[in-house]
Design a protein around this ligand. Structure first.
Ligand code: C2E
Ligand code: MG
Ligand code: MG
Ligand code: MG
Length: 287
């Protein structure tokens, strides 16, 4: 009883210190400097067609190597940045880096779509489509060279459907994917209205496919729903052959996970792609 009460005390304390603790503010300051100090890098994780094994895309995932603390996972610093204006700056940095990488791959025969994670608030910022449009034209890339991933949270308000930014993105032709699907409370109608082209099924359901029949039913119904809306499904966090086979059997379109490839530094990702992507006639373009 005492131990339990003690634990609750700690939890309350941690919740309290969550927002403005010196630790969090310190980390936020470090993150601000990290952008200028080039401590941030992108790694790339493949997305494959479950039926054929073909590469369908690469997802850009942010990595931060803190000079003192070492690597800090995005789940520890993205939420922090999201609570400040810093997120806008991070997303700008990520999109610039992704555009350069896309140009390098696209114009050397590795024509693979790169997905960028953006936060819900980024998607309502009119500077975003402008930045994308400028990057696409500067690097002579088609709009499908880039995809934006946004979590289900975007579907919570009504703002998302009417907002100019969403319309501008649609007009630009940059596709949208809904990330971490199943963890929020979005309805089918809302999903359809967002006009996303892909739905990524959250890893928490995918990873329990081998042990839980409930999760099997959930994943199957998401896959069916996604198909009935004319969208493509992507399973996140595929770690085993057994899970991959189940997903293929359900008709899930694509998979992502350690079974197929971990997030890789750009040089390693290039080698990985060269081994797998049938190199089309290289299209070298002056940049
Ligand atoms: P996410 O977009 O859902 O990305 C998938 C996460 O699952 C990544 O974690 C990836 O490394 C991890 N993962 C991939 N395959 C497997 C697997 O087979 N097993 C397991 N256990 N994990 C796997 P990561 O890189 O730590 O990123 C976490 C989250 O941070 C991302 O979730 C995304 O929401 C956010 N994030 C990462 N980079 C960015 C970014 O540039 N901008 C924004 N706004 N968010 C980002
Ligand atoms: Mg993602
Ligand atoms: Mg996800
Ligand atoms: Mg996630």
């Amino acid at each position: 009883y005492l131990a339990k009460e003690g634990r609750t005390g700690v939890e309350l304390y941690q919740q309290d210190k969550d927002r403005n603790s010196p630790e969090r503010l310190g980390l936020l300051g470090d993150l601000r400097r990290a952008v200028d100090n080039r401590e941030l890098r992108l790694h790339y994780q493949p997305k494959v067609d479950l039926a054929t094994g073909e590469v369908r895309g690469m997802e850009a995932l942010l990595r931060w190597r803190h000079p003192v603390r070492g690597p800090i996972p995005p789940d520890d610093f993205i939420p922090l940045a999201e609570q400040s204006y810093l997120m806008r700056q991070l997303t700008e940095y990520v999109i610039d880096a992704v555009m350069e990488q896309a140009a390098r791959w696209w114009h050397t025969g590795l024509q693979v779509q790169i997905s960028v994670n953006v936060s819900a608030r980024d998607l309502l910022d009119s500077a975003l489509p402008d930045q994308l449009e400028a990057g696409l034209s500067r690097f002579r890339l088609p709009p499908e060279a880039i995809q934006l991933e946004v979590t289900e949270r975007i579907l919570m308000g009504d703002q998302a459907y009417t907002h100019e930014t969403i319309k501008a993105l649609a007009a630009l032709g940059v596709p949208l994917a809904l990330d971490d699907f199943g963890t929020g409370y979005s309805s089918f109608i809302r999903l359809q209205r967002l006009a996303a082209s892909e739905v990524k099924i959250d890893a928490s359901f995918v990873q329990r496919l081998s042990s839980s029949e409930d999760d099997e039913r959930i994943v199957r119904s998401i896959v069916d729903l996604v198909r009935s809306l004319g969208l493509r499904s992507v399973a996140e966090g595929v770690e085993t052959e057994e899970v991959a086979l189940k997903l293929t059997g359900m008709g899930c379109d694509m998979g992502q996970g350690w079974l197929f490839g971990r997030p890789m530094a750009p040089a390693d990702a290039t080698v990985w792609l060269r081994e797998r992507v049938g190199v089309q006639e290289a299209e070298y373009v002056e940049i």
